[in-house]
Design a protein around this ligand. Structure first.
Ligand code: TYM
Length: 356
């Protein structure tokens, strides 16, 4: 047995002989990449690229970002920044297909078609819609139909595995349901008496070891919209300043109080970032009331630094022209698959002139 990878995921990796999976995931360009995104998703994406077993595709989902009020100038900058960040994190465009969603128009086309098999009731039950829409003067139709576009992103490439954080699992369930509904509603015509293969396959979520990183306030998930984040590429001084004040076990008031690592967000991050021996040390010293929380955070910070220094160096060396070129190439690769899927979709749905 090979040694357990520190990036191990909760889902079993298929045996070598199995057909390679097509892995797809996306991230919104809505502000700085934070450590929750990194530990919950991006780090797992890099791991899957490095394993080299599966075909991987990662997408900067700008069309999702316009579902809440925004400034076009900021969006443009956020797209550039996120592309730089992702490549610096190890999403090497030579080894994966990395692209910007709106560069492949088929995403929005398929979303419209999938909307015809998606009940409004299902969309109204989505937790993210309730969270983002509640109490707002203006709630766009796009925010409501957001999960349909997300299903389209995945189904367009017939992806089988979708590595995401826990907050996206409900959307994934809807995507699976959409596959069942679509394949049932549009089975295609029989060829020589045989039923055709359904167009879409059900995608499965894949969670990292840390699928939910809490915010620094300890009240909710770390999230750009809550302002409770630490930026992945933040200067080490402010990174430490924020980490040193982060919420821990509320029962631990004095150094002599034993702590509970299993409920502490700092320990969750150790599980992703620190070696196994350090994790064991944290458990012993926290439950034994030997280390204070600041000491425990300092160890975590040092391990973050070990991981982040090479990423920062890489980011500084990248030019935006180089990155934009790579994103254009990525979109061209993605489009080749998207065009083929859409031909099948239009055909089974009876759309178009069928001339192409
Ligand atoms: P987004 O942009 O909010 O987040 C990107 C990824 O980071 C994960 N994540 C977290 N993981 C752990 N702890 C946290 N605190 C945390 N915050 C964010 C998210 O779960 C996600 O995996 N709807 C998606 C984007 C999307 C998508 C897709 C994903 C659009 N189309 C198709 C997969 C497949 C979103 O808003 O992610």
């Amino acid at each position: 047995m090979s040694q357990q990878s520190p990036f191990a995921t909760t889902m079993e990796i298929p045996p070598a002989a199995a057909k390679p999976a097509r892995v797809f995931s996306g991230i919104q360009p809505t502000g700085e990449l934070h450590i929750g995104n990194y530990l919950g998703a991006v780090r797992t994406w890099r791991q899957q690229i490095e394993e080299g077993k599966d075909e991987t595709m990662f997408c900067v989902v700008d069309a999702h970002a316009i579902t809440v009020p925004y400034d076009p100038k900021d969006l443009r900058k956020n797209i550039d920044d996120l592309c730089l960040d992702l490549i610096a994190c190890g999403l090497d465009p030579e080894k994966t297909t990395l692209f910007v969603q709106s560069d492949v128009r088929e995403h929005t086309e398929l979303a419209w078609y999938l909307a015809s098999v998606t009940p409004m009731g299902d969309l109204g039950r989505m937790t993210q819609f309730k969270d983002k829409g509640e109490g707002k003067d203006f709630v766009s139709t796009g925010l409501f139909t957001y999960p349909v576009l997300m299903s389209a992103d995945i189904l367009l490439y017939k992806a089988t595995v979708v590595p995401v954080g826990e907050d996206q699992v409900q959307h994934l369930e809807l995507a699976r349901e959409t596959v069942r509904r679509f394949n049932h509603r549009f089975p295609g015509e029989k060829v020589s008496g045989k039923k055709p293969r359904p167009i879409f396959v059900e995608p499965k979520p894949r969670l990292s070891v840390t699928p939910r990183i809490m915010g620094l306030d300890g009240e909710s998930k770390m999230s750009k919209s809550k302002g409770n984040t630490i930026g992945l590429f933040e200067h080490p001084d402010s990174f430490w300043k924020k980490l040193s004040k982060a919420y821990t076990d509320p029962q631990r008031l004095k150094l002599t109080d034993p702590g509970r690592p299993e409920i502490c967000n700092i320990f969750t991050m150790h599980k992703a970032i620190s070696p196994k021996e350090t994790q064991d040390e944290v458990v012993a010293n926290c439950t034994g009331a030997k280390w204070g929380c600041v000491a425990c955070k300092k160890v975590l910070f040092d391990n973050f630094e070990k991981e982040l220094i090479p990423l920062r160096t890489k980011r500084e060396a990248l030019s935006i022209e180089q990155v934009r070129q790579a994103m254009g190439d990525g979109a061209a690769k993605a489009r080749r698959i998207a065009v083929e899927t859409m031909k099948e979709v239009r055909q089974v749905m009876g759309l178009g002139s069928l001339a192409t």
